[in-house]
Ligand binder design. Structure first.
Ligand SMILES: [Zn+2]
Ligand SMILES: [Zn+2]
Length: 328
């Protein structure tokens, strides 16, 4: 009988179980990765609600266990967009925007809330040994997504003269705060309805901004929550020639009311999704430069048996970026 592994099962309507699955069998071009840490992500709330037959979890860090492969024994993060490597988008370096493949690991194929998974080898991103296990998953959504969006809009909003507002102090919002600081932005406000999150943002150097306050204007607004109200607030408070950067996600249609605050204005609205693989060295440098601050975000490490109790607490906002360690 084949060996089994343990994995999380999202059964639907917020029910969470554990399941025994056959040990992953990598196909040609794939390798086996033993999961060391997978960070929880708020976007998994969708799968928690509706249930899925796939193993969720997409902020994955592990060790390659594939004797004979060049990366056997290597610590790696998992780049979640499966990509072809030779379409026009991949060739110009946009490996996160492949034109021929659209599967995301943890969404359209098995992810990291398990002991192991099979990973297409082009999705392996080696992690240096000085980055410890708990922090490694932050190289993905928290640092990667936030920093890539900010690097993209940097030429439009020079740090020296630009006030910044970050809407939402979840992991991506905190990631945007730390990345913006490292890019040279000095005056950064953060808004979030949760007092504990605002306090954490302040401890990282942000100024608190009242939720819904439309008085102050900003050259750069980073929307990380996906909430329509926050996006609308961003449209209202953006300076002429400013940038509204949309990092948050929302499955419901967003209607923009074209009143004077939107029409009589010149502004940029930029959507940025994830990041290209080539950002990894810069993301590692960012993590190294603020290691102790990033560590403040990882507020719990737990094993598979605790998943069903930790995940709802995370979704309720009690935890910032807990990490699953399947071996615990
Ligand atoms: Zn995520
Ligand atoms: Zn491609």
């Amino acid at each position: 009988m084949a060996e089994l592994m343990r994995a999380v099962k999202f059964e639907g309507q917020q029910r969470i179980g554990l399941q025994d699955l056959p040990w992953p069998q990598p196909a040609a071009g794939e390798v086996l990765l033993r999961v060391q840490r997978t960070a929880l992500c708020g976007s998994d709330g969708k799968l928690w609600q509706r249930g899925t037959d796939l193993v969720p979890g997409h902020e994955i860090f592990g060790v390659v266990d594939h004797p004979g492969h060049a990366l056997h024994g290597q610590r790696c993060c998992v780049f979640i967009p499966v990509h072809c490597g030779h379409c026009a988008s991949c060739v110009q370096g946009d490996t996160h925007l492949c034109l021929t493949q659209s599967d995301l690991i943890g969404w359209n194929r098995n992810g990291g809330y398990a002991e192991a998974l099979a990973v297409p080898q082009q999705c392996l991103m080696p992690v240096p040994d000085d980055i410890d296990d708990d922090l490694a998953p932050l190289l993905l959504d928290t640092i990667g997504t936030a920093a890539h969006g900010l690097r993209t809009v940097l030429p439009l909003v020079p740090p020296a003269q630009s006030d910044v507002l970050i809407l939402g102090a979840g992991p991506v919002g905190m990631g945007a705060l730390l990345a913006a600081q490292s890019l040279g932005y000095k005056n950064i406000w953060v808004s979030d309805p949760r007092a504990t999150r605002l306090a954490l943002a302040e401890s990282l150097g942000a100024r608190p901004h009242q939720v819904g306050d439309l008085q102050r204007r900003f050259a750069l607004v980073v929307e990380s929550s996906g909430a329509h109200a926050a996006r609308n607030q961003g449209l209202q408070v953006i300076w002429p020639r400013g940038v509204l950067l949309l990092l948050g996600e929302n499955d419901n249609p967003w209607t923009i009311e074209e009143g004077k605050p939107v029409r009589r204005k010149l502004f940029y609205m930029v959507r940025s999704f994830y990041f290209p693989k080539s950002d990894l060295p810069a993301n590692i440098a960012l993590l190294r430069s603020r290691r102790d601050d990033y560590r403040k975000l990882v507020d719990q490490r737990f094993g598979l048996d605790e998943f069903a109790s930790v995940f709802p607490r995370f979704m309720a906002g009690e935890l910032v970026k807990p990490v699953l360690a399947p071996a615990l």
